[in-house]
Design a protein. Structure first.
Length: 230
């Protein structure tokens, strides 16, 4: 979501230099992420407005997903920094940048998860990516999130569109998005390592205990954890 990571959920850069953008692109490719470059042009929200306001996925007539523009009113799940699912080390540092991944989930899905330990139909998880900054105002050490939005990706469970599975959508600004092809590695990565229903709940500190208590951890995740033990 994310994700990860996608978390594998993925990234782009508005208004930045070509060199900076190229560095982020290289970093994203190495970490298994796919970059998009958001536009600065807002769109008029019309079709699917009510659904999107409620957090449910909505689509255009030709099957593109509409941008969930009210996601900032959803439930905040977690933030990761410089996460990568590959063996390459310190990629963010070597590229001269750091990135924050903020994960949000639609409220109805969150409430259902807390009760059951798994995700219901019409779950929408969104990862937004922002650059890390260290110099600003009175800050003397550490990092804070910059205002520039580097990318957005959505992970959707919608039985009416993709029965028995989830789908990824990468957004170029607020324009409707086509589904990420099934051949993309994000699908297999989530299926092979996701803690709950192919999602990276293992990185969501308030949600992992729920899955443990409800007994909904995936066999793949339990196997991964078992292999880590000496």
């Amino acid at each position: 979501m994310a994700e990860p990571a996608t978390m594998n959920l993925r990234k782009g850069l508005p208004g930045l230099s070509k060199a900076w953008g190229a560095s982020v692109m290289a970093l994203a490719i190495l970490s298994g992420m796919v970059l998009c470059t958001p536009t600065q042009e807002p769109i008029v929200h019309a079709a699917g407005d009510a659904k999107m306001a409620a957090g449910a996925p909505a689509y255009t007539a030709d099957g593109k997903m509409l941008f969930p523009y009210k996601y900032r009113e959803w439930i905040y799940v977690t933030t990761g920094m410089d996460m990568s699912y590959t063996q390459a080390s310190n990629m963010a540092g070597s590229a001269g940048m750091s990135m924050f991944d903020n994960v949000f989930v639609n409220p109805e899905a969150y409430r259902s998860y807390v009760k059951t330990g798994t995700w219901p139909d019409k779950t929408v998880m969104l990862i937004e990516v922002r650059g890390a900054q260290s110099r600003g105002s009175i800050n003397k050490s550490g990092h804070f999130q910059g205002a520039d939005l580097m990318g957005l990706e959505v992970h959707v469970k919608d039985e009416s569109r993709t029965p028995g599975s989830w789908a990824f959508y990468e957004f170029d600004g607020e324009s409707p998005s086509t589904i990420v092809p099934r051949t993309a590695t994000c699908y297999s990565c989530h299926e092979q390592h996701g803690a709950v229903d192919t999602t990276f709940v293992q990185f969501y500190p308030t949600l992992l205990p729920v899955a443990k208590a409800k007994g909904t951890l995936s066999a793949a995740y339990v196997k991964d954890e078992g292999e880590k033990k000496p």
